[in-house]
Design a protein. Structure first.
Length: 543
């Protein structure tokens, strides 16, 4: 084996890894483990998510080159390229007169997200040097904490955390019911560090033991996950076992060319699809985010039109639209606009509301505007929405407790877990992914939403303006979905039983375990340094 390793070292691959363009190509190759490269798109792509277990190996190589400034440059190039393949779809946003700002935003986003990869690479270099025996375990904990940092604050944008790459491998992804997506990220990065530890100094029989053991653990998790998926569901005692038939109306309105007649068209399409779906007797009708792009309850004629539709179909409707409220006296703002989900029920004139709590930075609101109101005068094409403050569960009849989430709120596990603890037994995700075009973003967004079902053991219906709309069961299995840019109604039966999970009860405990590992490592390093100084001082005294 050592002779084989020596032979491999002389191959052109070593010269390729030293080329200036290598980190850019390796960063772009990062995309191969992300959606849509998986079995949901084509069976031949089924194993592509497993590439996530080696996706960071090129970054490790870049981070360890000498000198340090070269390592920084190469690692950052890798990070920028990896960010670009995840976020290139930002360039598809077509807003008249704002193309230069959008492209500048794309560049900023790539450099910003790339900086997380740079930080990870430099911390890998540090951990690799300071902990020659334990870096294999310590660095995955460092990575998890970096992913946590991407999920907090006004700039939070935890898009495609590494654990999401395992979502299409459903038996393996069932581990998220215990450890959440952050736990899956730890496992994926651990796989990368084991691979690097195995191959870097040269492949030998002794060094194959950890990687074989790791693969055996993955197989064991998959066997358990397969049994979990195909065992008898155990609904929570608080929920009445049963199901609901839900119609998702994908109205496919072109928001990039919204005009004076578009609202009437949206109403007409909605009414037509709603009446068509009634042939399958749904218990609930769901429309996408901003399906009726107006201040719905502030315009009596439009509110009355929705009520007439409700009276004709006699089925509860959840629909996305806009809303505004007057601010308190002395406020800097004249109005408080919201991105809102409305729930309308037969026999009621009241429209229950949920205001989106997590706003997309630079698109729906400027970061830090709530703390610096003067930023509202800056116009980068954002919608200037205000964030809702109250989580909501729509109780629809005695059995259905629907938790609404608008657009990218579904990529925040804590928001979903909070609604589960409020008694939700169905996740309702309304979104408008038309901004993404025919890019990988629509697939990535849907993949992240599926993970919430696995984590919490709950079904989901997802209605997108232009796709992908879908129904998903408690184990992440897709019960039905629509293609992109199709005007259609998808009707599926989903279970209302909830399989309460370890993750629902205990949340992101892998983040706390990772923090403990990092803190213990730092303390151990400090103790080692103190002992070294004491030993050196005793030696000098004896000398």
């Amino acid at each position: 084996m050592n002779r084989l390793a020596s032979h491999l070292a002389g191959l052109p691959i070593s010269r390729i890894a030293a080329a200036w363009w290598f980190p850019l190509v390796a960063g772009c190759a990062y995309a191969l483990c992300l959606p849509p490269f998986n079995g949901d798109t084509h069976p031949l792509l089924s194993l592509f998510p497993l590439l996530s277990f080696v996706a960071l190996v090129p970054m490790f190589h870049c981070a360890l080159v000498q000198p340090l400034r070269r390592a920084v440059l190469r690692t950052y190039l890798y990070g920028i390229a990896a960010a670009a393949v995840q976020l290139y779809w930002i360039s598809n946003v077509n807003m008249e007169g704002l193309w230069p700002i959008i492209m500048a935003g794309l560049v900023f986003a790539c450099f910003f997200v790339g900086a997380y990869f740079l930080a990870a690479g430099m911390l890998f270099r540090l951990v690799h040097r300071l902990f020659p025996r334990w870096w294999v375990v310590i660095f995955p904990a460092v990575w998890v904490l970096i992913e946590v940092s991407r999920s907090v604050g006004e700039l939070a944008f935890p898009w495609m955390l590494l654990g999401y790459t395992l979502t299409p491998l459903l038996p393996l992804a069932q581990a998220a019911s215990v450890c959440g997506v952050l736990g899956l990220s730890f496992v994926v990065v651990l796989g990368n560090t084991i691979v690097w530890w195995t191959v870097r100094p040269g492949i030998s029989a002794g060094r194959l033991v950890p990687i074989v053991s790791f693969c055996a653990v993955l197989v064991g998790i998959s066997v358990w996950g397969f049994a979990r998926m195909h065992g008898s569901p155990k609904p929570d005692k608080q929920d009445t076992t049963g199901s609901a038939r839900v119609a998702m109306l994908q109205i496919n309105m072109d928001q990039a060319h919204w005009g004076s007649r578009s609202l009437d068209t949206a109403f007409s399409v909605t009414e037509s699809l709603a009446h068509t779906s009634m042939q399958e007797h749904p218990d609930l009708i769901v429309l996408p985010e901003s399906a009726l792009l107006c201040y719905l309850v502030r315009r009596p004629a439009l509110k009355a039109r929705v009520q007439r539709l409700e009276d004709s179909v006699k089925t509860p409707i959840i629909v996305g639209a806009l809303h505004w409220e007057l601010p308190p006296k002395g406020s800097y703002y004249e109005y408080l606009p919201y991105n809102t989900a409305f729930c309308v029920e037969p026999g009621s004139t009241a429209f229950r509301m949920y205001h989106k709590m997590r706003l997309l930075p630079f698109s729906e609101a400027l970061p830090f505007e709530s703390k610096i109101p003067l930023l509202s005068r800056v116009n980068l094409g954002e919608s200037d929405f205000h964030a809702g403050k109250t989580p909501v569960v729509f109780d629809i009849g005695p059995r259905l407790h629907a938790a609404p989430f608008i657009c990218y709120e579904m990529i925040f596990p804590g928001l979903v877990r909070e609604r589960m603890r409020m008694g939700a037994n169905l996740l309702v995700n309304i979104t408008n992914d038309g901004w993404f075009g025919r890019s990988s973003a629509a697939y990535a967004h849907a993949t992240m939403a599926r993970m919430r079902c696995i984590e919490n053991g709950v079904s989901m219906v997802r209605c997108a303006n232009s796709g992908i709309s879908m129904a998903v069961d408690q184990f992440g299995r897709i019960l039905g979905r629509t293609p992109l840019y199709a005007r259609t109604a998808l009707v599926r039966t989903v279970s209302l039983g909830v399989n309460r999970t370890w993750y629902t009860w205990f949340g992101d405990w892998p983040a706390w375990v990772s923090l403990a590992i990092v803190v213990a490592s730092a303390l151990g390093l400090g103790v080692r340094a103190v002992r070294s100084r004491r030993a050196a001082s005793r030696g000098s005294v004896v000398g």
